[in-house]
Design a protein around this ligand. Structure first.
Ligand SMILES: Cc1cc2nc3c(=O)[nH]c(=O)nc-3n(C[C@H](O)[C@H](O)[C@H](O)COP(=O)(O)O)c2cc1C
Length: 215
């Protein structure tokens, strides 16, 4: 029974499109993997994927999910690799343009005026205009869900970072200003940043004790 003030959805009785919208609205904001690949006919391909995350730092493994078989999936199955490019806010429009249903023989790079450049360790090109490129080798692929969705795991074999987004030897996220995906056509800019040191239980306990002892 639903609690007052709450609406509870039962995924097992919901139509697919409504479920898709619900999940896209609540798992937010999502980072966008702007994935470049190359086809068997040597056509460079570029497409955004926001069902994307990092899973393991050592070795670095990322994953993304393709809803059905698209050019990106076809290409990486052929070459065994792909590149994840980060989307800074000044490239938001170009990123959106590359999500159109281009035919396989037509490159989103050319259509959006973006530059594919050679990667070091993989066949897929990297996107020159993006400040961060992750060269990935396909580690495994899983099929999940009814659509079905194909989840591709990639081991990151090279990381390229533009010096303009580095400060004191570290990547400065406030210089990348990555675009995040919300529901539908919604996006979010990364513009306000704040920090919080992660507490330890011992530190918290000491703080609580000292407060108890305070007059
Ligand atoms: C911001 C954004 C995020 C997207 N995320 C995904 C995703 O996670 N998985 C997916 O299959 N399609 C996603 N899409 C749709 C694909 O980009 C779109 O189907 C594209 O045409 C696929 O291109 P391709 O056939 O060249 O691979 C997304 C689109 C946008 C604009």
């Amino acid at each position: 029974m639903a609690e007052r003030g709450w609406q509870t959805f039962d995924p097992s009785t919901m139509p697919g499109q409504a479920l898709y919208q619900l999940m896209n609205s609540v798992v937010v904001p999502r980072p966008i993997a702007w994935i470049s690949t190359v086809s068997a006919d040597h056509v460079p391909n570029l497409a955004p994927h926001s069902y994307f995350t990092v899973l393991s730092p050592e070795p670095p493994i990322i994953c993304f999910s393709s809803g059905g078989v698209k050019d990106t999936l076809r290409n990486l199955r052929h070459t065994g690799d792909f590149v994840v490019n980060v989307v800074p806010e000044e490239l938001a429009r170009e990123m959106n343009l590359t999500s159109a249903d281009f035919p396989p023989g037509e490159s989103e790079f050319a259509a959006s005026g973006l530059t594919p450049t050679a990667s070091d360790k993989v066949q897929a090109p990297r996107l020159l205009e993006s400040p961060v490129n992750l060269e990935c080798v396909v580690e495994r692929e899983l099929t999940i869900g009814n659509r079905p969705n194909y989840v591709v795991f990639g081991q990151v074999v090279a990381v390229h970072v533009a010096e303009r987004v580095m400060r004191d030897g570290r990547v400065d996220v406030s210089e990348i200003r990555p675009v995040g995906r919300l529901a539908g056509s919604g996006y979010v800019y990364s513009r306000e940043f704040f920090t919080m040191e992660r507490p330890t239980y011992a530190g918290l306990k000491a703080e609580w004790e000292s407060r108890k002892g305070a007059p």
